[in-house]
Every structure is written in structure tokens, then in C-alpha cells.
Design a protein around this ligand. Structure first.
Ligand code: SF4
Length: 312
């Protein structure tokens, strides 16, 4: 069969379902290529995958007997700030494809020395601004061993939404330690679930930067001691400790500043994330807040937000 692939979001980040689909078809002896509307000719099947809902859909006619669409970009819709999952618009991978070793060769530049994948899915939190609960369920569960997508590469990009919420967190962290690879926890580590044992294990994983999130102001009492404990156990300084601070969701500027100052004073590197960023006017104080905090040099040289002049 002649199989075409379309990464609707572009080719800036490897699309894992497409890599698995490619591996599965190649194993069957099918030919697989990126679908190019002017050059590919007729295909037996074309797979389109879209991760982000804001990415515009593929606009052109597709010359194929069958076109299959899948990914969060097609089945998650944001309505009044809530992520709604439409299962009828989603195409789940067949278990045989889901568990196959990905075909990294379709993204040769992005996957040189780097493996990408999930060891767990789902998250027990159910944050209102996140689609994980809707798509993967309100619990974390293990889906794969590291060997399902890692084969000795120097770097591992772990995409799990909340790996330390998984009941098998010890197994997951131990496999990452044993790999000896540099691990990037792309979706962050849930500081609210941190324990001394988890912190010790994470310390034994090779990481360049660990990032956390402090999204809800009201978590202050719970998260501050956890941040302090993690820092004390690992001995990391702010260069390795980033904390995303969600603003413009349900907090005031005073609450945002309190989180930012608290994190800085504890030796963490706060990083402002703006909810619904596209609809915030350019000159809004939250845009200035973001420019101040996220530029490390400016943030270090200007201790107070009121002293920051965003026009400079
Ligand atoms: S903790 Fe993270 S992954 Fe879990 S629901 Fe909240 S934002 Fe999503």
C-alpha cells in the first residue's frame, strides 16, 4: 500500500502517532512518505494528525482512497475556558500500533540522539484549563516501559502529563535513572505530590532543568514546604528549577506577584504563563509582567515589578 502522512501542525516537534503509524506500515511492507499534494500522486491511505486546536486544518484536496484524522487538535474544543473532548472526532490508534517502537526516521533532524514518548497517561487533577482529564481520564496509569520508545539515545523527552501521580511512579523513575540518559520532563513534575523518596529518585535522574507549576494561588500552604524540601534534597539552584506561574486564569495581580516573589526568594526561577494570551491587549499589565519575569537578566536586575519599565 501507498501511505501518506500529514503533520498538520508542521514539523517543529515529532508527532508520535505518525511515527508509530509509519513504523507499523513499514513493518507490513507498505511504502510510507510525507504527503505532498503536488508530487505524491494517488495514495491508498493518508493519515492526518493535529495536536493543537489553534492550528488551521489542512486546506487542500487529498488524493487518497481513505483519509484518517486524529489527535487532540481535532477532538478538543475550548468552550468558555473549558476543554471539551469530542470522542467521535478522535481516532484512537489500534493497540498494535500504539505499542510499536516509533519510526524516528521520519523526523531525522528532531530525533537525532533523542527519544520521545509516554510511560504514563492521564492525571488525577482535572485542572479547568487542561484537556488531559477529558482525553485520558482523571487518573494516572502506566502505559509503557521506557524500552517501548527508547533504545539507547542520549536524550529522553518524556511527555507524561503527571508521571509521579502514577501508582507505578517508582518503576518509572527507576527506569529513567537506569537509562543514564538526559531526561526532559516536558509536562513538568507535580510538586504537590512530592515526597522525600521521589525527590531523591529525581535527583538521581540526569536532568538539565526540572520544571514545576504553581497554578492555584490557594495551594500556597501546601506547595511552599514541598518546594523547600525538594530544593534541600536535590541541592539544585534556580538554574535547574523553573516554576510555571499561571496568570490570567483565576488570580489577581497581587496573587501573581506574591507567587513570583515567594518562588524567587526560595531560589526558584518563576516563569509566567498567560492563560488566554491571544485576547490580552498588548499593553496590558500582565503582558508587562510576563516580559519582566521571563527575561532572566531583567528580572535579576529589577527586584520589584513596579520598578520595571516595560517600554525600555
Ligand atoms: S496537573 Fe497538569 S496535567 Fe494534570 S490536569 Fe493539571 S495541568 Fe493537566
Amino acid at each position: 500500500m501507498k501511505i501518506g502522512l500529514i503533520d498538520v501542525d508542521g514539523h517543529n516537534f515529532p508527532n508520535i502517532p505518525l511515527m508509530k503509524i509509519s513504523a507499523w506500515h513499514k513493518r507490513r511492507g507498505d511504502s510510507v512518505e510525507w504527503y505532498e499534494r503536488l508530487f505524491s500522486g494517488h495514495m491508498d491511505k493518508v493519515y492526518m494528525s493535529k495536536v493543537f486546536s489553534f492550528t488551521p486544518d489542512y486546506q487542500y484536496y487529498i488524493d487518497a482512497d481513505e483519509v484518517i484524522k486524529g489527535g487532540s487538535g481535532y477532538c478538543i474544543e475550548t468552550v468558555n475556558g473549558k476543554e471539551i473532548y469530542h470522542p467521535e472526532r478522535d481516532s484512537q490508534l489500534h493497540p498494535e500500533i500504539e505499542h510499536i517502537y516509533p519510526d524516528y526516521s521520519i523526523y531525522p533532524e528532531l530525533t537525532k540522539e533523542t527519544a520521545y514518548g509516554f510511560m504514563s497517561r492521564g492525571c488525577p487533577r482535572g485542572c479547568g484549563f487542561c484537556h488531559v482529564q477529558a482525553k485520558e481520564g482523571k487518573r494516572s496509569y502506566k502505559v509503557a516501559d521506557l524500552s517501548a520508545f527508547w533504545n539507547g539515545q542520549k536524550n529522553i523527552v518524556l511527555l507524561d502529563p503527571n508521571p509521579i501521580a502514577c501508582p507505578e511512579w517508582r518503576d518509572i523513575l527507576q527506569q529513567l535513572i537506569d537509562s543514564g540518559a538526559w531526561v526532559d520532563f516536558t509536562q513538568g513534575v507535580d510538586i504537590r505530590l512530592m515526597t522525600e523518596e521521589k525527590a531523591l529518585m529525581i535527583k538521581n535522574i540526569k536532568t538539565r532543568n526540572i520544571h514545576f507549576a504553581w497554578d492555584r494561588y490557594e495551594d500556597k500552604e501546601a506547595v511552599v514546604p514541598k518546594f523547600e524540601m525538594f530544593k534541600q534534597i536535590t541541592g539544585y539552584d534556580y538554574r535547574k528549577l523553573t516554576v510555571y506561574v499561571l496568570c490570567n486564569f483565576d488570580t489577581t495581580l497581587e496573587q501573581d506577584l506574591e507567587r513570583i516573589y515567594t518562588l524567587r526568594d526560595m531560589g526558584f526561577n518563576p516563569y509566567v504563563m498567560l492563560y488566554d494570551k491571544e485576547n490580552i491587549p498588548k499593553c496590558h499589565e500582565l503582558k508587562r509582567l510576563q516580559r519582566w519575569v521571563n527575561n532572566r537578566i531583567v528580572f535579576n536586575s529589577c527586584r520589584k515589578f513596579e520598578d520595571f519599565d516595560g517600554r525600555k
